[in-house]
Design a binder for this molecule. Structure first.
Ligand SMILES: Cc1ncc(COP(=O)(O)O)c(C=O)c1O
Ligand SMILES: N[C@@H](CCOP(=O)(O)O)C(=O)O
Length: 410
């Protein structure tokens, strides 16, 4: 495994691990797969599906050779993350009118979001480098995932969270795992800017997606999806976009699969942002060269309250290579889609529902055809944001516990 600058290509010294190159560019892990026997690996991945108590039972570490081959087995930090459901909901499929649809429920991860795939790897890497104090800035899911893994590894965590527009459930979850939570006036973007400048001085290992090992771990989501589908991916993968870590990791994982011959072509990717926090969609639809940050991002999908996504260059390059598209959806469209996903029995938090809302919109615009197939990635659990659930008109009925009263109700 080598770590190189995504912008200037300069190789980094691993022992002097940092989160950006001297030139200011983001870093990227590069593997040499030249000596990998793809067929042998495929067989190993199949056999590991049956494992129970070994680290390879994890839906991340099952693919260790493609993620972090050098890590000694005893240094693996895992909560058997991944192994999440890939569901076919007839209710949602029919409502959208698409031929074939799956929903990949990363919401079923141990801390309830897709972050666990990357965090298991970042925390393992930090431990290897000798760190026992971990940090991030977060809209709540990264922090709760980090707090969980740090606690599990017997380490400490300190996290920065904006004081506004984030879900209380996520902050409480983070606290419950024992993290020190520091609230600040500002956005996730301010937190990232701060850590890029001062992170090293604090002596903490940073677990945001500016850390290239996070991206390596998150690649496993698409490996697992492809393996579940016997290495035949659908026409489209639909994904929500905030900091753009997920689409970056998806792109890296798909390119690995293509290079190794596990898949024959890249599926197309549709990235969906919330209208109030959509600088990347604006960039892609304007054809401009530079992203214009949104200073006050605002959406009900609080996980995506991000105005200056760190990984936008990586995301743009990948979307261009797979003929990808972007769109934005309103908060109303997100909530409507969320109600559908919740009623299907899968459930998700608002940011995840943006995928279903986006797919509906892209089909209406005929950018995705009814005869095509798609996977929507559901990134976070329904219980991650109970404040938004209060907005539903639940129609709870009060009744005396009496037979006649209940007969008239049921
Ligand atoms: C539940 C959820 N969905 C989607 C996103 C957006 O993903 P990304 O930041 O990787 O673009 C986030 C946070 O980033 C999230 O927590
Ligand atoms: N939704 C995220 C924000 C992006 O964080 P990062 O992990 O990609 O840096 C969160 O949960 O904090």
């Amino acid at each position: 495994m080598k770590i190189v600058c995504y912008d200037c290509g300069k190789a980094q010294v691993e022992s002097a691990f940092d989160y950006q190159c001297q030139c200011g560019g983001l870093l990227e892990v590069v593997h040499d797969f030249a000596n990998v026997d793809a067929e042998e690996l495929k067989q190993a991945f199949r056999q590991r599906l049956a494992e129970r108590m070994s680290p390879y039972a994890s839906g991340v570490w099952r693919y260790k050779e493609l993620i972090y081959p050098e890590l000694p087995e005893e240094a693996i930090v895992t909560k058997y993350e991944g192994n999440t459901g890939l569901y076919e909901s007839e209710l949602i499929r029919q409502s959208l009118g698409i031929r074939k649809l799956w929903l990949k429920a990363q919401s079923e991860n141990p801390s309830g979001s897709f972050k666990d795939n990357g965090m298991a790897v970042a925390v393992s890497h930090g431990r290897m480098l000798g760190y026992n104090r971990f940090t991030c800035t977060s809209t709540g899911n990264t922090s709760s995932s980090l707090a969980m893994y740090a606690a599990w590894a017997g380490c400490e965590s300190v996290v920065l969270v904006p004081s506004d527009q984030i879900s209380l459930n996520k902050v409480l979850q983070t606290l419950a795992y024992g993290a020190k939570v520091v609230q600040f006036d500002g956005t996730y973007d301010d937190g990232i800017r701060f850590y890029k400048q001062h992170g090293k001085e604090l002596g903490l290992y940073i677990c945001n997606s500016i850390n290239p090992l996070r991206i390596e771990g998150q690649k496993s989501i698409v490996y697992e999806m492809a393996q579940n589908l016997r290495w035949e991916l659908p026409d489209w993968i639909v994904i929500p976009g905030g900091a753009l870590s997920n689409v970056t990791a998806l792109g890296k994982g798909l390119r690995d699969l293509l290079e190794l011959g596990f898949i024959e072509k890249l599926p197309r990717v549709a990235l969906v942002q919330a209208e109030g926090a959509s600088p990347f969609h604006k960039l892609m639809s304007s054809g401009e060269q530079e992203l214009v940050p949104v200073m006050q991002p605002s959406t009900i999908a609080s996980a995506m309250n991000i105005g200056h996504p760190p990984s936008w260059r990586k995301a743009r390059e990948f979307l261009k290579s797979c003929d990808g598209i972007t769109c934005s959806v309103t908060d109303e469209e997100i909530m409507e889609a969320k109600a559908l996903v919740d009623r299907s029995g899968i459930g998700c938090e608002p940011a995840s529902a943006a995928t279903v809302a986006g797919l509906r919109k892209l089909m209406a615009e005929r950018k995705i055809g009814r005869e095509e197939s798609a996977v929507c990635i559901l990134t976070g659990n329904l219980l991650k944001d109970t404040d938004v659930l209060r907005k539903y008109d639940h129609g709870i009925v009060s009744s005396p516990l009496a037979l006649e009263s209940l007969k008239s109700l049921v």
